[in-house]
Design a protein around this ligand. Sequence first.
Ligand code: CO
Length: 134
Amino acid sequence: MIGRLNHVAIAVKDLAAATKLYRDTLGATVSEALPQPEHGVTVVFVELPNTKVELLEPLGAASPIAKFLEKNADGGIHHVCYEVDDILVSRDHLRAMGARVLGDGNPRIGAHGKPVLFLHPKDFNGTLVELEQA
Ligand code: CO
């Protein structure tokens, strides 16, 4: 069911420093910072030949990554995103298999303008999983 690894998201406290690290130290191509108030994050996209890394910095008081950064002071891998062909078919299959879909279960439009859902980390080896319709 799952296809390509769309991205790995890394939560960071200092987006400018993380951008510099990926651009200057690791030599990657990175985007400008993109504030996404509706998701409570500012994002930088790191373009790799086979996938992307997204650097996420909290934006606003109710950022969904604020707690994560309290527990992970140096930052850390926040989620992985797999592509699926049909997000509603995938959701229904996962629910039937006993997996918990976060929120109200309705896909939201994610950082790339495509429908996304998140799956409970306790059901996936301690890893928050995002599904994005390809
Ligand atoms: Co993501």
